[in-house]
Design a protein. Structure first.
Length: 100
């Protein structure tokens, strides 16, 4: 797997969307917040599996899918359950000044 910090993922997504990195707002962490993700794929490789795409290509393909399929995620994001979940997990985060 490819170990990636959350901030690097945010930068990659913004770059793929052609958006400025200044859109990022650093907020206080929620309890148990993950700062990075590191997957170990040794076991599945041991079964003969190999990835079809490198990480950057897979991220580009994923971001493009979401851009081209707004109809799919827009209805989820506009639902009442999404708003309640978002508010309970992220609604009270304090925006931090400057880089974290």
């Amino acid at each position: 797997g490819v170990e990636t910090r959350n901030i690097d993922m945010a930068h990659m997504i913004l770059d793929l969307l052609g958006k400025p990195r200044s859109l990022i707002q650093h907020v206080t962490d929620r309890p148990g917040h993950d700062r990075r993700y590191a997957l170990c794929i040794d076991k599945i490789r041991g079964l003969g599996w190999t990835p079809r795409h490198d990480f950057a290509a897979a991220m580009e393909k994923t971001v493009r899918w979401y851009v081209e399929n707004e109809w799919w995620w827009r209805k989820i994001k506009s639902g009442e359950h999404y708003h309640a979940y978002y508010q309970s997990h992220y609604g009270n985060r304090q925006v931090l000044k400057g880089d974290k």
